[in-house]
Design a protein around this ligand. Structure first.
Ligand SMILES: Cc1ncc(COP(=O)(O)O)c(C=O)c1O
Length: 468
């Protein structure tokens, strides 16, 4: 087997591609074939990275294995730009290319699951003449902030519109807060299992996301391991991030947990960032420990995040916000700084800002449909899982996801690939959300009930063992 090296060197911003070694005699077309037993698209595999040098191995039927050295002087290391498609995404792409229909139980795009939106009202809200004049306000148009303050009022929380800041999304709000609170190399604590984007958003700002665990107890549901969280606080820690209810565990931060987090943040001079995008979707809204919002319940510097992508199930509108709370001295200082940061980006789109109040008026109609859908699908799932000896449905307090725990010998990746290969059904493996071990499947509860039921039957036929 011949080995040759390909060196890509970028010097002074110019790409010099130089091949070292023997290149000859390969019949045309032969070197494009796949390695035996490999899936298409997986031809180059990352071996290791050291600083700005990355080494890949690549199969070539003509020459055998190539080693590719890449020296990247031009691009940042904030992201794994060379990430290869994994076996699941490759299989999914193959199925789509072959025209096979897949039951997608990862579907969490609310605009694709047959909900009835008031199209006329949405379009009318977005076409107000006031938006034809550009009147920038870094915090966002005051009328929009007042409408959001009323949304909190309805939840029983008072907030001064001056402590609200509009952003283009919750994700953008995270980026702004990281810039406000931390310098490159600092750390933020994030929940695990948790929403996979958080670690990336931190990394994009040069920060390190450190995971604190949530533990499951059949009686109590999911709870934050507060002792371990405290042990993870280091001199470089700048903020504790909480998602309530958490994605995908569906667990709300409990009043008792919140008061301990508040005390920890004050003691260690940390900010508390609470993402409440799913807070309006409680499985049992009457449960006293499911906080509609943490606003007004903390004294530390607190930032509450939310937006229209979940509150109104309109991710395409692109509106998020930050609600700030805490001691007056701190919020005054933080408010000035946040406003300065926002000023560099200029405000959210004017048509969206003027649409805030009328769109919020559509909230009961859309949220009631979603809550009904979540309940119906969870009921289907509960009924199917009930008769199985090796699977259980974990307790959901809120949010859009369900978790099935399966006790068998399969790894999560193997399980989801088998399910897609044999039953054309797509679910998320637990590791996608950083579960601490194999044995978990995450399902979106949003798909239409008939689709959901078929998908659930497929899953349970594949892995479920009937109780004796
Ligand atoms: C917990 C959580 N936060 C934030 C977001 C993103 O919200 P946005 O669309 O406002 O960026 C999501 C999206 O699924 C989410 O699950």
């Amino acid at each position: 087997m011949l080995l040759f090296l390909t060196v890509y060197a970028k010097i002074f911003g110019t790409l010099i591609s130089q091949k070292l070694g023997l290149i000859s005699g390969c019949p045309e077309g032969l070197n494009t074939k796949q390695a035996p037993g490999r899936l298409p698209g997986l031809t180059a595999t990352k071996w290791l990275s050291y600083g700005r040098i990355t080494i890949y191995s690549q199969w070539d039927e003509c020459f055998g294995y190539n080693l590719l050295f890449e020296i990247t002087a031009m691009f940042s290391n904030r992201f794994d730009w060379q990430a290869q498609p994994n076996a699941l995404s490759t299989l999914l792409a193959q199925k789509k290319a072959a025209g096979q229909s897949v039951i997608d139980l990862t579907q969490s795009n609310p605009t694709r699951v047959g909900l009835a939106y008031d199209h006329e009202a949405i379009l009318a809200a977005l076409s107000q003449a006031a938006a034809l004049v550009y009147e920038p306000d870094a915090r966002g148009w005051p009328g929009a902030r007042r409408a959001i303050a009323e949304y909190y009022q309805e939840k029983g929380c008072a907030i001064d519109p001056e402590k609200l800041f509009l952003t283009a999304s919750t994700s953008e709000a995270y980026g702004l807060l990281f810039k406000l609170l931390a310098d490159g190399g600092d750390e933020v604590l994030i929940p695990s299992p948790g929403y996979p984007l958080l670690a990336y958003l931190a990394r994009f700002e040069g920060l390190q996301a450190v995971a604190y665990p949530l533990r499951y107890d059949p009686e109590q549901g999911w709870q934050i391991d507060l002792d371990l969280l405290e042990a993870l606080i280091a001199p470089k820690t700048r903020a504790i991030l909480v998602v309530s209810p958490n994605n995908p565990t569906g667990s709300y931060v409990k009043p008792k947990e919140l008061s301990i987090l508040d005390e920890l943040c004050r003691r260690h001079d940390l900010a508390l960032v609470v993402d409440e995008v799913f807070a309006d979707f409680a499985a049992d809204p009457s449960a006293s420990n499911r906080l509609g919002s943490v606003l007004g319940r903390t004294q530390c510097l607190t930032f509450v995040l939310n937006g229209f992508s979940k509150v109104l199930a309109l991710p395409q509108i692109k509106l998020g916000w930050i609600a700030m709370a805490g001691q007056a001295r701190l919020t005054l200082e933080a408010g000035h700084r946040l406003e300065s940061l926002l000023d560099f980006y200029l405000p959210v789109s004017a048509p969206v800002q003027y649409a805030v109040a009328p769109l919020l008026g559509l909230r009961p109609a859309i949220q009631s449909q979603i809550i009904q859908r979540l309940q119906d699908n969870e009921q289907i799932l509960r009924a199917q899982v009930a008769g199985l000896s090796n699977s259980r449905l974990l307790r959901r307090e809120g949010g859009w996801y369900a978790i099935i725990e399966v006790a068998d010998h399969l790894g999560d990746e193997e399980r989801v690939i088998q399910l897609l290969a044999q039953a054309n059904t797509l679910v998320h493996p637990g590791f996608f959300y950083d579960f601490h071990r194999d044995g978990f499947l995450v399902l979106s509860l949003l798909p239409e009930p008939s689709t959901f039921q078929t998908g659930v039957l497929n899953i349970l036929q594949a892995f479920g063992k009937q109780s004796a």
